[in-house]
Design a protein around this ligand. Structure first.
Ligand SMILES: NC(=O)c1ccc[n+]([C@@H]2O[C@H](COP(=O)([O-])OP(=O)(O)OC[C@H]3O[C@@H](n4cnc5c(N)ncnc54)[C@H](OP(=O)(O)O)[C@@H]3O)[C@@H](O)[C@H]2O)c1
Length: 278
């Protein structure tokens, strides 16, 4: 008898994770046997948890803060995205080998493709605000799509370090240079937490943004940030952060449970209802 596939998300703390809701929705709507559970793992127990995955009956899972970099050294193989981004968010087995991958870039690009179809047809320059973990994945994805990346960050050193991770170097700019970059920007992405509930707003006037360019804010709480509101008011295609959250989960689910799930309005509604509750 084949065991029912079990997957997990590990982090500390882990109670906030919406991944169980997401994967639970797909398991239920696709009628598949399987489970997906939250597991709180302290950093000092990470190696023990990862080495015991098979024995515990897990087929794989997700990795979140603070383990995304710690897990890099604990897997047998890394995919190109995880190696270049320097962080793992998805684990799975291929035969006896434990793989670590990063699906944030594909999640980000898939969300844009679904919500702003054709966004990259004429696009040459992407301006990315922020140089943290999420920015690393997004820059990786945008460079793979062939865009030039302009990286704008409060701390120049962090942005320069990020830039050096890539063969085709993104150019680095200070925050006060941002308004001057807008007229040549085809895609503007906020990857900072600015604009998130409880954080300061992202103060930026989009009046000078190139007409027709796309605006993406990966913040998803609130669903509609000031940046997105301003973009819509200026007739720019505007994409929020919930799409990235949903799409980054697709490759892991497909590997663990054997079906490629779809990002549907029903899934979005489920997550939006949860966001409205907490
Ligand atoms: N939609 C999704 O699926 C998804 C996925 C991942 C992350 N996110 C969201 O993305 C955001 C960033 O996550 P992360 O993991 O990349 O965080 P992170 O690694 O901590 O990076 C934060 C970035 O924001 C900048 N920043 C923070 N406070 C700032 C301020 N007051 N003024 C100017 N810049 C500021 C930091 O600049 P310095 O370098 O100067 O500190 C850094 O570039 C969070 O809101 C997170 O929820 C969404």
């Amino acid at each position: 008898m084949t065991a029912t596939p079990r997957a997990f998300v590990i982090g500390q703390p882990i109670t906030h994770s919406r991944s169980p809701l997401l994967h639970g929705h797909w398991l239920e709507t696709l009628g598949l046997p399987g489970s997906y559970e939250r597991v709180e793992v302290a950093p000092e127990r990470l190696a023990e948890f990862v080495s015991g995955l098979r024995q515990a009956g897990f087929v794989g899972g997700n990795v979140t803060v603070p383990h995304k970099t710690g897990v890099l050294a604990l897997v047998d193989e890394l995919d190109d995205a995880a190696r270049t981004i320097g962080a793992v968010n998805t684990l799975w087995f291929e035969g006896d080998r434990l793989w670590g991958g990063n699906t944030d870039a594909i999640g980000f690009l898939s969300a844009l493709d679904q919500e702003a179809p054709g966004w990259d047809e004429e696009a040459r320059v992407a301006t990315v605000i922020g140089a943290g973990g999420a920015a690393r994945a997004i820059v990786y994805g945008l460079l793979q799509r062939g865009l030039d990346v302009w990286l704008v960050n409060r701390s120049r050193g962090t942005a320069e370090a990020l830039s050096q991770s890539f063969a085709r170097l993104p150019s680095v700019h200070d925050l006060d240079a941002l308004p001057g970059l807008l007229s040549d920007t085809d895609l503007l992405v906020n990857t900072t937490a600015l604009g998130m509930t409880g954080k300061p707003p992202l103060v930026l006037d989009l009046a000078g943004l190139k007409p027709g360019s796309t605006v993406c804010d990966i913040v998803y709480a609130p669903l509609e940030t000031d940046l997105l509101r301003q973009a819509r008011a200026g007739c720019h295609p505007a994409v929020g952060g919930l799409g990235m959250l949903m799409h980054q989960a697709v490759p892991g689910f497909a590997r663990w449970f054997g079906r490629v799930p779809e990002v549907t309005p029903a899934l979005r509604a489920t997550l939006e209802a949860d966001l409205a509750r907490r």
